[in-house]
Design a binder for this molecule. Structure first.
Ligand code: ADP
Length: 397
């Protein structure tokens, strides 16, 4: 076998091809130079094809391109052999290269024929340009439609907002007028009950006195509710007076203001670290902190009532991430989850087991929410019944 192969490649009995040209230099070199030129081109074209295939990965029929590259490369190789056999009679080897070139050329041909129907389906550059133009046109139409819908949507939103503002304003005005006008007769009722009690106490029996006392008490409570309503409407009507404010100073002032209240209930306020300055309506935000701290102490059954006030840069709130958040945390009775929304409703009070803390109309948290709303902030809470509650809020004014 090995002998057969060696014999096949044995070129001793052949004459180099140059003999056919009788070694005439002009013909010889014409062949050599022409073949060399063809070789250079045939060897370079595959590189151009490979570069093209790598750059245009989206191109269909990549295999045909590569086969075509191999075919051209082998054609180049057969021209190298043409030069080689001028001086060396390796015709067997030349034949092998030619055979390989033939196989690859024929494969390329069949592959090309097979792909022709698909290639014919490919859109021509002119067709592509037309489709592109149509797409651009459709895009432009869509942009116009989008702009129009946005403009009309914005106009509608603006009109809804205006209507909402108007109705809010009317509601505030109504609450103001109603509560303002209600105050007069209420005060009269309260005064008359007091006068009756003073002047006729000895003429009435025990039940009559108790009923009069109850009348006085109820009209007084009604007055408190009306006052709260009046104040609530005022919160919505007056402009905020924002200024740079030091929340640490606010807490310090509240501590001084509530000194007796805190002492009587064995309560203390803790601020773990200084809070940053903010821009807000100082008296209103003082009211927010005062309300939250008062509740934290009021709705607390622990021996030592601790209220922590602080600031957090980032908080994972139930509605998403929030930054620059103030909090007021207590170790009190806590709030059941089902009441998280309700407690912000005006005059809503829960059944509280803490005795001696009957004062309050259920409006405090409504004021707090209104003030925070006006500062374009948010308020929410976390609570564990029996363990304590944390109120969080943000301010954006
Ligand atoms: P008020 O204190 O006058 O009742 P608020 O609007 O301040 O009114 O509070 C509404 C209700 O929310 C309270 O009656 C109380 O039941 C509940 N609440 C508020 N703060 C707390 C708290 N820190 N811990 C437990 N319950 C609270």
């Amino acid at each position: 076998m090995l002998q057969a192969v060696t014999e096949f490649f044995n070129s001793e009995n052949f004459m180099p091809h140059g003999h056919c040209f009788l070694w005439q230099p002009d013909i010889l070199w014409l062949h050599v130079i022409s073949d060399a030129g063809i070789v250079a081109a045939y060897f370079l074209i595959p590189f151009a094809l490979i570069y093209f295939v790598i750059k245009r990965k989206d191109l269909p029929f990549q295999t045909v391109f590569l086969l075509f590259g191999a075919f051209i490369f082998l054609c180049g190789a057969s021209h190298v052999m043409d030069i080689w056999v001028l001086w060396h009679a390796d015709y067997a080897f030349q034949g092998l290269i030619l055979a390989l070139t033939a196989i690859v050329s024929i494969s390329t041909f069949f592959m090309t024929v097979k792909l022709i129907p698909q290639a014919l389906l490919l859109p021509s550059p002119a067709q592509l340009a037309k489709v592109n133009e149509e797409l651009n046109h459709a895009n432009h139409q869509l942009e116009i439609l989008y702009k129009q819908s946005q403009e009309s949507g914005q106009a509608q939103l603006l009109s809804y907002t205006k209507a909402l503002e108007r109705s809010n304003q009317e509601l505030d005005d109504f609450a103001y007028i109603a509560s303002h006008d209600l105050k007069e007769p209420l005060r009269g009722l309260h005064n008359h009950a007091s006068f009756l009690l003073e002047d006729y106490q000895d003429k009435l029996d025990k039940d009559g006195v108790q009923r009069l006392q109850r009348l006085g008490h109820l009209s007084h409570r009604m007055e408190q509710l009306v006052d709260d309503l009046l104040y609530f409407s005022r919160l919505g009507r007056t402009e905020l007076a924002v200024q740079e404010t030091d929340p640490n100073q606010i807490i310090h002032e509240i501590e001084q203001m509530m000194e007796t209240f805190l002492k009587e209930r064995n309560a203390r306020i803790v601020v773990p670290k200084p809070m940053p300055h903010i821009v807000c309506d100082k008296p209103r935000i003082t009211e927010v902190f005062r309300n939250l701290i008062t509740n934290a102490v009021k709705y607390n059954d622990k021996k030592e009532r601790i209220v922590e006030v602080g600031f957090l840069e980032n908080v994972n709130a139930p509605h998403g991430k929030e930054s620059n958040v103030f909090y007021v945390k207590d170790n009190g009775i806590g709030i059941e989850k089902e009441f998280y929304e309700e407690i912000f409703r005006i005059f809503k009070r829960l059944q509280n087991p803490v005795s001696g803390e009957e004062t309050g109309t259920g409006a405090g948290l409504t004021f707090v929410k209104k003030i925070i709303d006006r500062h374009r902030g948010r308020i929410w809470l976390e609570s564990k019944p029996g363990k304590g509650t944390t109120f969080y809020f943000t301010l954006k004014a």
